[in-house]
Design a protein around this ligand. Structure first.
Ligand SMILES: NC(=O)C1=CN([C@@H]2O[C@H](COP(=O)(O)OP(=O)(O)OC[C@H]3O[C@@H](n4cnc5c(N)ncnc54)[C@H](O)[C@@H]3O)[C@@H](O)[C@H]2O)[C@@H](O)CC1
Ligand SMILES: Nc1ncnc2c1ncn2[C@@H]1O[C@H](COP(=O)(O)OP(=O)(O)O)[C@@H](O)[C@H]1O
Ligand SMILES: [K+]
Length: 491
């Protein structure tokens, strides 16, 4: 499912109106009617629509007209004098006025009526370009404190529709009705948290899609690229995934388990010393002067899980430098510190996937963690551009960014994954997919999807409270079954 920016949405609107000759008011009528239908579905009978000065407000006036038409008790509170509306929004107001929709210009306290069952946010949509102030800030705060559920039209007011950033106040909606496409800013956090459930409605927009649009990670797209196993395949067909074992061996073994469950032909634990933990016979253990030489023949290397902080002996060694410049794989956790210490984030190839959590991302960029969490999309894109690698920024609605600026957002996963070792499993899963031949972007996307779904399934069966990282590994197989849902697992 595509996720669009404000700029792309403006182009789609423009193309539909100018090239396909569909008048803007027709699109707005479809939009307003879809909102009214969503309100009726919620069985709300007493509704207040808060309208702003742009076309989002126009959608609100039209929704009010349709609600009135359907027998609902509806009232509009507007933050601008309707006499100052322009274009389609003015037409929309005229239509609502002719239908005798009641309205008044917003006065603080207007929304205190205890009989209101639903508020509709038609204040600002994709045109919101600056932090809310004045009357917009006032009404948004009043709506948020009213205790009444809010349905947002297109984008909750105050969210940057392109980036998900919230620069000041913003509407906290329980539901968002998105016109034509979901906006990227309501798919990623923090915007996603303000949007509640987002439903997309078709309002008749049509235009040729530009290259490289952002999207949710989509199994139907990735099923074409991964999972088929023909009769003549052998373990060599599915690659060797190497795990660079450092001092904290438990994390490395979790990564190995994630890699094995995701189908690498062989999982190799490369170590300088010996492995003191019990290792399942599913993995091969190799000792060498450097873990890198033990993993020489691997198609991907997972560096970080269990590496430990004693990086001094590794920094600047020829084998580590050679690994970052010529191999492919995953860099996670302390591997990210090793990468920074080794090459100061010099350019990697996009066969490498960096998997920082927000604090690690902040350290790499020289930002604060709060800054990363406020601007997750920008952070992921900047790190990808700076390093030349694929960046997977962890957390709810994990973002996967390429150096060229392509974006995918992972829709799976919940707080069941918030447990030590969960990230180690993810690194192994992605490393396994790279070893099987997927490119870094697809491997990171599919890995995040499978890992997230495994966490959801484990949490549903075992409760999110008691799900462990090993449980996530155990549910990877079931996650893969749901990945192939509808067509059954490949032979
Ligand atoms: N014909 C079209 O273009 C259609 C537009 N649609 C709706 O129109 C919306 C986009 O309309 P607009 O481009 O008019 O944008 P908005 O309705 O979001 O409002 C933009 C206006 O608000 C001002 N503004 C921006 N940030 C502000 C802030 N923080 N405080 C106060 N004012 C602020 C801008 O200067 C501009 O005047 C979409 O989200 C969608 O709901 C849909 O009806 C489909 C058709
Ligand atoms: N609330 C959540 N919703 C979705 N995914 C989550 C949530 N909390 C954690 N995760 C996921 O769990 C993993 C945690 O990784 P990380 O922070 O590296 O943990 P660790 O270092 O303990 O293994 C990441 O993939 C992250 O996206
Ligand atoms: K809105």
């Amino acid at each position: 499912m595509y996720l669009v920016t404000s700029e792309q949405m403006r182009y789609f609107d423009h193309y539909t109106i100018k090239t396909l000759k569909v008048p803007g008011i027709v699109l707005m009528d479809h939009a307003g009617k879809a909102v009214a239908e969503a309100v009726v579905k919620r069985r709300a009978k007493r509704v207040v629509v808060a309208c702003g000065k742009g076309n989002n407000g126009g959608d609100g006036w039209i929704a009010a007209r349709w609600l009135q038409h359907g027998g609902c008790s509806v009232h509009v509170v507007t933050v601008v004098d309707p006499g100052n509306l322009e274009g389609d929004a003015k037409l929309a107001f005229d239509m609502a006025g002719a239908a005798n929709v009641s309205w008044n210009i917003y006065q603080p306290g207007d929304l205190g009526g205890s009989s209101i069952e639903l508020l509709v946010d038609a204040l600002l949509g994709t045109g919101c370009t600056r932090p809310l102030a004045g009357v917009y800030e006032q009404i948004v705060d009043e709506m948020n404190h009213s205790g009444v559920p809010i349905l947002a039209i297109d984008v909750p007011t105050g969210i940057d529709a392109s980036t998900g950033e919230v620069k000041g106040s913003a509407i906290r909606a329980s539901e968002t009705i998105a016109m034509a496409y979901e906006k990227l800013g309501t798919a990623v956090t923090p915007g996603a948290i303000y949007s509640g459930h987002t439903h997309v409605v078709d309002i008749g927009i049509k235009a040729p899609l530009p290259e490289g649009m952002a999207s949710y990670v989509d199994p139907s797209e990735l099923r074409q690229k991964w999972g088929s196993r023909d009769a003549l395949s052998h373990k060599g067909t599915f690659g060797r995934c190497g795990i660079f074992v450092g001092h904290m061996q438990g994390a490395a073994i979790l990564a190995a388990a994630g890699a094995a469950r995701t189908g690498a032909g062989l999982v190799v634990l490369g170590t300088r010393g010996s492995i003191s933990l019990a290792v399942l016979p599913d993995y091969v253990v190799r000792q060498a002067e450097s873990p890198v030489s033990a993993l020489e023949d691997c198609q991907s290397i997972v560096v970080g899980p269990g590496l430990g902080t004693d990086l001094e002996p590794l920094v600047g060694t020829a084998s580590v430098d050679e690994m970052f410049s010529s191999k492919r794989g995953v860099v996670d956790a302390d591997g990210l510190k090793l990468l920074r210490a080794s090459n100061g984030l010099r350019r990697l190839n996009d066969g490498w996937v960096l998997t920082p959590h927000p604090k690690e991302c902040a350290n790499l960029l020289g930002w604060t963690t709060e800054q990363v969490q406020r601007q997750r999309l920008t952070a992921a894109m900047q790190l990808a551009e700076r390093t030349g690698a694929i960046v997977l920024l962890k957390g709810y609605r994990t973002i996967i960014a390429t150096p060229a600026g392509e974006i995918r957002v992972n829709p799976t996963g919940n707080a069941s994954l918030a447990v030590g070792g969960s990230g180690d499993v993810l690194a192994g899963v992605i490393g396994s997919l790279i070893a099987q031949g997927l490119n870094g972007f697809d491997a990171a996307s599919l890995g995040a999807w499978i890992h997230g779904r495994a966490g959801e399934l484990a949490g549903a069966a075992l409760t999110p409270i008691s799900t462990t990282a090993s449980d996530i590994v155990d549910y990877i197989s079931r996650a893969i079954v749901t990945f192939f849902d509808g067509i059954g697992a490949r032979n």
